[in-house]
Write a protein that binds this ligand. Sequence first.
Ligand code: NAD
Length: 356
Amino acid sequence: MVALPVEPELLRRAVVELFEVAGATAENARLIAGHLIEANLRGHDSHGVGVVPLYLKSISAGGMVLNQTLKPVVDSGGMVIFDAGRGVGQVMGHRAMEAGIELAQAQGSAIVGLRNSHHLGRIGHWAEQCAAAGLVSIHFVNVVAGPIVAPFGGTKARLGTNPFAAGFPRAGAEPVVVDFATSRLAMGKIRVYRNQGKKLPDNALLTADGLPTNNPDDLFAEPPGVLVPFGEHKGWGLALACELLGAALLGGETQHDGASDPAVINSMLSILVSPERIGTLDVFGSEMAQVLAWVQSENAEKPGQVLLPGQPEQAVRRQRMDEGIPIDPTTLGQIVEAASESGLKGLIFQNLAREL
Ligand code: NAD
């Protein structure tokens, strides 16, 4: 299946146009598009424009609320919690991080809870927003969208793909960004494999009967297949920590039964620290530089073999900025179909689909 390379700016305008006709303010459409295109640019097509059909369906079903505002519900001095009222994650996440950054810059650190947001997309995006402001950050996220991941030792779906992220700013270099789902594969990655007609890697998916499978269709079968946690018991422990820290602690919704609706709800606990404000900026910078040089020096004959978290995405970004973002016809078709089902005209997407 041939993927068409699309100029990032054109794709960004296509998303802005679609969400503006759906009713988003110009500013909110800009934030949604900026986040989705950045996910594509960094190689995470699972969280790029391919999520547009899900979002449009969720708006129609009342699961995602356009133009929602953040509601502060707790301010204990050391911690703030916002309720996002199922607002668009790309907007709610941005606003919550803005508030956290301001607090951390003023007082050295901030603990920010964001509960009941619609899908927060690529969680590394929030670590990058903090890193761009000079802050170290950690993010624990739960997902309520119907269970799809089995606990370690089990075969029945119990939790979502609960992502974790951490970001570390560097002077004069791009930040280190650790960012992953706690399932072996993120849910959206299975959609990407399926749309591209590719087989899944081993040990990522079980059929509904608990048997290993490489067929992405098995996740969408009735009854559906089940994802497994990464890293055996360790990934499972982190997934559970994301559920408890990301949602339960904040008074957010947890995944504790088999119910699902078209919305994907995320709650996120973020911890932001300003090395500058707490007075460790110089030592933090020099110790980090030494550690990074040390770990990357492990094979002098093959420099560049050891990558830092964040580097694969930064490399793909440079390439896609030059060559365009590859979009496959199935994904484009799904966007155009979802827009038409919602009664929306997204002319740029329609033209792109006609070109394939
Ligand atoms: P992944 O398996 O591609 O892992 C990505 C992480 O591993 C990044 O930090 C990357 O820099 C690092 N990495 C990759 N190859 C590396 C290498 N060779 N050396 C060193 N580091 C390397 O990520 P994933 O689990 O598929 O998650 C994809 C995206 O999905 C993430 O952005 C995540 O936040 C997002 N996600 C979101 C939700 C949600 O509900 N909002 C749920 C799950 C996942």
